[in-house]
Write a protein that binds this ligand. Structure first.
Ligand code: 26W
Length: 817
């Protein structure tokens, strides 16, 4: 839709709607309403419009007869919807004015919205960017996720320690943007047994579940940028089916029945807070099956209602699996087609193996999902039978390709042999999918070379790459209005839908007037962040300082502790070396640690303790400050990212699949200091080696060092700066009266073997920082580099990622409304 075609906005009608919701939905008068009530009423008034567009999109015959993508993900880290939807609807200015006339400031109202934190980190945020890009480009899409009652925990610090609190993201009033779709509810079974029944002398298998729960869908509207297209993000809530147990109900054991009701409602209670670490919990597998079963049934319902044949499923539907978490959807579709729809195994497999595609997001061994055969057998007995059969037929194929090669069979088998047999979900995904992709060029190469080399031999075209991207609407236009206005002033207003146009900004990189404007925007964004920090943390910051930012989940492989070593080295030098000079610097962290990840929590504690000392040391003054912002979430990222000068992307080479924060910060004009890992490699390719600070070992260097027997003590003993920096952790410098309290991090880097090679990369990291520091003192040169970063990262729009999926994997077409 062109902007000129935008639907007419009736201000008076909208204001009347808001007032109606204020009283009728939220029981407030204009006099008693606070900002929160106004936000809710405004949200509901807006949501009404998007729900109408959602229904129209849903009922559009052209969409029913077009191919759709079904994006299955246990996580959608969407962030606040109101501001973003206003941008997409093209109503930001009009609503600002309409609300001002009602005495309300839109910016303040937007701050009232809780973040729907229905994801952990990169994988969940990527799913949200992808929904935005599918809607913007009008590729028919349904997102399927879970309606967790509690999202990712809220984080606070108590004396430097992470504390977790539940996140009831919907608040007491409910979330204004969601709408229940009870007509699409599903019943989902668990446990029970499998029976053989004979139909016309042919054996049929029939699963008789031992318990049922209800899947209630809630739709969130994903509004296409400047289009009338609204796709659903359909989130399943688990509810008990009442009366849960007829027997105990009839026995008069009413309380027992209620108790069971409460239990079965637990499935979607809470998002598992583990990122990149698999724990094998029963309830987690129940979440996965509940999600897959409800979604697959909804896809089949839509397919049937459109009047399509089962054999045409691959023609009309593709199902993208966001990592292995929804893998059980593969045997579930097989089960329905064979047991309930009477297809033969061959017919069902022909459909399934042309319907599913799988994205791998991590190579970390501890993140690769395996489920114990006995657990699946108990929870989903029929699915276990189907998995055996898939594996049986697959191993036959392996044997005919590599006759007599037992080792190949052992490596490729979906079932891992051993005392406790395990089902390898990634292998099941590769076997059951028509396409498998990694999320950045380097990562996809490592998927082929290290994770699935035999699969790559067996199916040479199956493994592909789709480099990740981020939505330019949320991550530039909305979060950085200053820079957006500046860009629009130079190149027009089409860039948010065509990010490659940003390259036209490159011609201004040396323009002194433009540099001034660009740096003034950055300064204002830094001031906004500094104000937030002052107000919420009581720390005063100097906005002339380098704002050096590392924001991501806390994990050893991401090496927040390498950043800490750099901080300790600056502190040591400031204290001990009178000739040492550095530009003032503020190092920002924001990160949540999985509640059970002990060392990650120790790293947070250590950074907080070091920060406390440094920030209050008068001899350091404002040369160095360290700020650990609590409760990292999407809305916080929207404040931090536009203010970043330096983007820390310092994972051990080979460990970070892609990263997406790296793209967001480069787009907003931060210079990256990073390793040759994930999408950093491609960012360097785009912005040029002069405009990025690359350091450290590359993948082959990491491998060689590990193979030769890495000994961190060699680096510790040889590098005076490193040793003195680390030794600061031994005494009570940062924990007065408690010497050795920060030993855990120190020990992990020495006796613990430093598994992520922080010490090996330390010297190179410090050197890169020194080069950056030097560059920062030449502000014109810095501006030149920063502008080129904004200009040259158009490739990393998630619109491009989605076009790659559409052209190379999904093979579907846009339907413009
Ligand atoms: C089962 C436990 C678990 C939970 C989450 C295992 C693995 C995950 C995710 C796959 C981890 C994740 O978020 N990976 C990140 O995905 C991003 C989007 O592709 C990438 O940019 C990050 O590099 C990758 O770490």
């Amino acid at each position: 839709m062109k902007p000129t075609e935008q639907k007419k906005f009736d201000k008076a009608l909208f204001q009347a709607d808001v007032k109606k919701h204020l009283s009728a939905t939220y029981a407030k008068t204009e006099e008693t309403a606070d900002a929160h009530a106004w936000y809710l009423a405004m949200g509901k008034a807006l949501a009404e419009h998007t729900t109408l567009d959602l229904l129209q999109t849903e009922n559009d015959d052209r969409i029913k007869n077009a191919k759709s993508v079904n994006y299955l993900s246990l996580e959608f880290l969407i962030g606040r919807l109101t501001g973003n939807n206003l941008i997409s609807m093209g109503l930001y200015e009009q609503i600002t004015e309409a609300m001002a006339e009602l005495g309300q400031n839109l910016t303040d109202l937007l701050e009232e919205e809780r973040d729907p934190s229905l994801g952990n980190g990169g994988l969940g945020r990527l799913a949200a960017c992808f929904m935005d890009s599918c809607a913007a480009q009008e590729f028919p899409t349904v997102g399927y996720g879970l309606h967790y009652e509690y999202g990712l925990f809220k984080q606070s610090f108590e004396n430097g320690h992470q504390k977790e609190a539940p996140d009831a993201w919907r608040g007491v009033e409910g979330y204004p943007w969601e709408v229940a779709r009870p007509e699409f509810a599903q019943e989902i079974g668990f446990y029970g047994h499998v029976e053989a029944v004979y139909e016309n002398g042919v054996e049929k298998r029939k699963w008789v579940p031992g318990m049922f729960v209800k899947g209630m869908p809630w739709d969130l509207p994903i509004v296409g940028y400047e289009s009338n297209t609204v796709y659903p993000l359909r989130l399943w809530e688990c509810q008990a089916i009442a009366p849960f147990s007829l027997e105990s109900f009839n026995n008069g054991d009413y309380f027992e029945a209620q108790h069971a009701l409460i239990d079965s409602g637990n499935i979607t209670k809470v998002l598992y807070p583990n990122d990149n670490h698999e724990k094998g919990k029963t309830l987690r597998l129940m979440q996965q099956y509940f999600h897959s079963a409800a979604s697959v049934r909804d896809i089949l319902r839509r397919h049937d209602e459109a009047g399509h044949k089962l054999a045409d499923i691959p023609k009309y539907e593709t199902i993208q699996l966001n990592d292995t978490h929804p893998t059980i959807a593969i045997p579930e579709l097989m089960r329905i087609l064979i047991d309930e729809r009477d297809l033969s195994w061959e017919e069902a497999w022909e459909i399934c193996s042309h319907t599913f595609a799988y994205t791998n997001h991590t190579l970390l061994p501890e993140a690769l999902e395996t489920w114990s055969e006995s657990l699946i057998q108990r929870l989903l007995p029929r699915h276990m039978e189907i998995i055996y059969e898939i594996n049986h037929r697959f191993l036959k194929e392996v044997r005919s390709r590599w006759p007599g090669d037992v080792e190949k069979q052992r490596k490729l088998s979906i079932i891992e042999d051993g005392f406790h047999r395990m089902v390898r979900m990634a292998n099941l995904c590769v076997v059951g999918s028509y396409a498998v992709n990694g999320v950045a060029a380097l990562h996809s190469e490592l998927v082929k070379r290290d994770l699935f080399p035999e699969f790559n031999e067996l199916y040479p075209t199956r493994l592909q790459n789709v480099t990740n991207g981020v939505t330019p609407r949320r991550w530039l236009k909305f979060c950085n209005p200053g820079l957006s206005a500046l860009i629009t002033d130079k190149i027009g207003d089409q860039w948010p839908a065509h990010l490659e146009q940003l390259s036209d900004i490159a011609q201004y990189a040396d323009n002194k007037a433009f540099q001034k404007q660009y740096m003034a925007v950055k300064k204002a964004n830094k001031q906004r962040l500094a104000d937030w920090v002052q107000e919420n943390m009581g720390i005063e910051l100097n906005t002339d300082a380098i704002f050096d930012v590392q924001i991501k989940r806390l994990h050893e492989y991401k090496r927040q502790h390498l950043n800490l070593l750099h901080i300790l080295s600056m502190y040591h030098r400031l204290k001990n070396d009178p000739t040492f000079d550095m530009a003032p610097r503020v190092v920002f962290f924001a990160a949540k640690a999985a509640p059970g990840y002990h060392l990650a929590k120790e790293i947070i504690y250590t950074i907080n303790k070091v920060a406390e000392k440094i920030n209050n040391d008068p001899s350091i003054a404002d040369k160095l400050k360290v700020v650990f912002i609590p409760d990292y979430r999407v809305s916080m990222a929207e404040i931090i990212i536009p203010a970043a000068d330096v983007s820390e992307q310092i994972s051990t080479a080979g460990k970070e699949a892609s990263g997406t924060g790296n793209m967001k910060m480069a787009l907003n004009g931060a210079l990256t200091i990073g390793t040759m890992d994930g999408a950093n490699v491609e960012i360097r390719e785009e912005v040029g080696d002069e405009n990025i600070y690359i350091f450290g070992l590359e993948v082959d260097g990491v491998e060689k060092l590990k193979a030769s027997g890495y000994n961190p003590f060699d680096y510790y003993n040889a590098d005076h700066l490193l040793k003195s920096s680390m030794d600061l952790l031994l005494g009570d410098e940062f924990t007065p009266g408690e010497p050795g309290r920060l030993r855990a991090v120190y020990d992990s880097l020495l006796d613990g073997g430093d598994p992520y090679l922080c010490l090996a990369d330390f010297a190179s990291y410090v050197e890169a920082h020194e080069a950056m520091d030097k560059q920062y003192r030449d502000q014109e040169g810095w501006a030149h580099k920063a502008i080129l970063n904004t200009a040259l990262v158009g490739k990393f729009s998630s619109d491009r990622s989605i076009r790659d999926y559409v052209n190379n994997i999904w093979k579907l077409e846009a339907v413009h409304r």
